[in-house]
Design a protein around this ligand. Structure first.
Ligand code: FNR
Length: 350
């Protein structure tokens, strides 16, 4: 990689944060408004003993919250990763780093990722690369932070609208299948904010993928972010592209049944969005843009308090639904209204 490429990649990382935060402030999330968990007036839950632990394949999580992939590779990224890792350690939440591609050919960038493992040696940490990466690249990303799992991101819309983005996507499915066969820790295939449909969820399951993060529409929007960076008109016209998170979650769970652990992310803002995701069958819940917004505008302590609040809200919902653990929450009926209802009906999903 020449110095110019490296400079541009670093600049892009920091611009993602800048424009992501500008857009985050404007967001009005509402896709989860279509979902209602049925109230239970005869709940016999003892709130002291509610269990919110969960599992992603072989990985045990004390609670279902994941700080999703955000950054690394720049000095700002190192500071952010360090702060997030401190919070992840204290609150025992899982954390993903941002794409490590930038560190594969550039030793200077490695520390901005390694810091996560240094600060949180025993926590659950996920590596992150694009799904078109090679087995060797995946192995070095995993080794770099001694990862418990690796996220492989799918970001076609972002690449399409990004001026300097990749324009050739052939061979992606075979590459994912090859990575699944040659990497010996769990692989999480994730979107970055446009969601996953049941057709593609099925292909991923058939390729051997055991964990999918739907990362649907409703929060961070990389078409808009790249639009701001590149001043693209198409980005404006395409700003509503994607599958809303609750819909993508239902589609993916419907297609993969019990063969895949599904993570809900994309526009989640609070514990009620998280609880609705878990009631729909998600095994865990990821937050990126909103956590970054709190961290950058109010600081680490505020984000720490907010994550504790999310855990509390999940427990409140569980108490009101009569659920003692996440398995029981999943059994509680959920009512689906509005656009989500019509979409699923049209798609033949019950
Ligand atoms: C991201 N996201 C992301 N995802 C990924 O797999 N690799 C990455 O490097 C990044 N980089 C990144 C930077 C910034 C600034 C943001 C806000 C997000 C995507 C992220 O993990 C998540 O999938 C989406 O942001 C949707 O979730 P939220 O932000 O709506 O909670």
């Amino acid at each position: 990689m020449d110095i110019m490429d490296e400079h541009k990649r670093k600049q892009r990382k920091d611009e993602h944060i800048k424009y992501g935060m500008l857009l985050e402030k404007k967001l009005k999330r509402n896709a989860f408004d279509d979902i209602t968990i049925l109230h239970n007036c005869l709940s016999e839950v003892d709130m002291e003993s509610i269990d919110i632990s969960t599992k992603l394949q072989s990985i045990n999580l004390e609670n279902p919250i994941i700080i999703n992939a955000i950054t690394g590779g720049t000095s700002q990224g190192k500071i952010i990763n360090g702060k997030l890792a401190g919070i992840a350690k204290k609150l025992k939440v899982a954390m993903a780093v941002g794409s490590q591609k930038i560190a594969l050919n550039n030793k200077d960038a490695v520390d901005s990722f390694k810091i996560v493992r240094k600060i949180n040696p025993d926590g659950v940490v996920f590596a992150n690369l694009s799904a078109d990466s090679s087995v060797e690249e995946a192995k070095s990303a995993i080794e770099m932070i001694k990862a418990d799992a690796i996220q492989l991101h799918l970001n076609v819309p972002q690449e399409v609208v990004m001026k300097e983005g990749q324009k050739k996507f052939t061979g992606l499915i075979d590459n994912i299948a090859n990575l699944v066969q040659n990497i010996d820790i769990p692989i999480i295939v994730k979107e970055v904010g446009f969601g996953i449909a049941k057709e593609e969820a099925l292909i991923l399951a058939e390729s051997g993928v055991k964990i999918i993060d739907v990362s649907g529409k409703g929060g961070t929007n990389f078409i808009e972010i790249e639009g701001r960076r590149g001043k693209s008109q198409a980005s404006y016209h395409l700003r509503n592209w994607g599958i809303p998170t609750p819909i993508s979650l239902i589609e993916t769970i419907d297609a993969t049944q019990d063969k895949v652990d599904v993570i809900s992310s994309g526009g989640l803002k609070n514990g009620v969005d998280a609880a609705k995701s878990l009631a729909l069958g998600a095994k865990a819940v990821g937050f990126a843009g909103y956590f970054l917004h709190i961290l950058l505008s109010k600081g680490s302590l505020a984000l720490e308090k907010y994550i504790i609040e999310i855990q509390k809200e999940i427990k409140y919902v569980m108490a009101m639904s009569g659920a003692r653990n996440l398995e029981e929450l999943k059994q509680r009926p959920v009512i689906i209204n509005g656009k989500t209802y019509h979409w699923l009906k049209y798609r033949g999903i019950k």
